[in-house]
Design a protein around this ligand. Structure first.
Ligand code: C5P
Length: 251
C-alpha cells in the first residue's frame, strides 16, 4: 500500500455555473478507535509542523451535549436541522487553548467526560447529524495555509476521501484502557480495579457501536496506513507520525 505524493490537491468549485479549480492545503486523515491517542498525538504533531489540528470528535460531543441540554429528541429530524443550522455558525474552537464555545458559552468541560463520549457515539449514528456536520468538517480542514490533520472515525472514508495521506491509528484495548485510566487517575478522578474495568468496558462498547453503525462506520480506508501505538509512549508516537508525514508528503 502506498500513497501518491502530490505536491497539492485541487478542489473543483462551482461558481455561478462555471467550474473553477482551487488548490487546498495538505490534508492528513487520521481515523481510529476511541482512546487510541489520536487527539494528543495529532495535536502535538500539528504544533511541530505549524499545521491546523481538527478534532472532529469534539463536534459530535458538542452536538450531543447541546441536544441533551435543549431536550431535543434524536428522532426529531426537523428540530435537529434547526439546531444544527445555528450550531455551525455559533460553534467556535480555539486551537491554542483547545476550548470549545457555542456562542459565548464555554462548553469544554462538558466534552471530556466518558458520558460525553458515549453520548457522542449515540448521536453520531444519526444520518442528519452526520450530513449536517460534513461541510463544517471540510471547512475546518481546509482553512489552513499549509496543512491540517483531521481526526475522527470516517475522515479517510467520507470526509476527505482524497486526503494526501490516510492513517489508521490504533492500539490494543488493554493499552487504550490503561491510558484512559492513568489520564483520569492523574486528575484524581479514579483509581480502583473496578474503575479500570468500567473504563475498558466503556471503550469496548463504543468501539462496537462506532464500527457496527450503518452510517459512516469506523473502518480503515483501503489506502490508509496502520499506525499501531500499543508499544509506543506518546513522544515516540509523535516522532513516528512526524516522520511518516514528512516522508510520505516530502515535506
Ligand atoms: O474521537 P472522540 O472519541 O472524541 O469521538 C466521540 C464519538 O464521536 C465517537 O465515539 C464517534 O461515535 C463519534 N465520531 C464520529 N465520527 C467522527 C468523529 C467522532 O462518528 N469523525
Amino acid at each position: 500500500m502506498d500513497f501518491e505524493n502530490n505536491s497539492s490537491k485541487t478542489d473543483h468549485v462551482m461558481t455561478q455555473g462555471k467550474s473553477t479549480t482551487k488548490s487546498r492545503c495538505k490534508i492528513v486523515a487520521v481515523d481510529g478507535p476511541a482512546a487510541s491517542g489520536k487527539s494528543s498525538v495529532c495535536s502535538a504533531v500539528c504544533s511541530k509542523l505549524g499545521w491546523n489540528y481538527v478534532n472532529t470528535g469534539f463536534l459530535y460531543r458538542a452536538v450531543a451535549y447541546i441536544t441533551r441540554q435543549e431536550g431535543i429528541d434524536l428522532a426529531d429530524d426537523s428540530a435537529l436541522k434547526v439546531l444544527l443550522s445555528k450550531f455551525s455558525d455559533s460553534l467556535r474552537w480555539e486551537p491554542d487553548t483547545g476550548k470549545v464555545f457555542v456562542g459565548d458559552l464555554d462548553i469544554t468541560d462538558h466534552l471530556y467526560t466518558d458520558i460525553a463520549g458515549q453520548d457522542a457515539s449515540r448521536v453520531a449514528k444519526n444520518s442528519i447529524v452526520r450530513e449536517l456536520l460534513l461541510p463544517l468538517q471540510r471547512r475546518l480542514g481546509t482553512q489552513s495555509k499549509y496543512g491540517a490533520i483531521v481526526d475522527g472515525r470516517d475522515i479517510g472514508t467520507v470526509v476527505f476521501p482524497d486526503a494526501d495521506l490516510k492513517v489508521f491509528m490504533t492500539a490494543s484495548l488493554d493499552v487504550r484502557a490503561q491510558r484512559r485510566f492513568h489520564q483520569l487517575e492523574s486528575n484524581g478522578q479514579t483509581g480502583s480495579q473496578e474503575d479500570f474495568d468500567a473504563i475498558k468496558a466503556s471503550i469496548a462498547k463504543r468501539d462496537i457501536q462506532d464500527s457496527a453503525r450503518g452510517e459512516a462506520p469506523l473502518k480503515q480506508a483501503d489506502d490508509a496506513l496502520t499506525f499501531d501505538t500499543s508499544d509506543m509512549n506518546s513522544e515516540e508516537a509523535i516522532a513516528a507520525l512526524v516522520e511518516l508525514i514528512s516522508t510520505k508528503l516530502k515535506l
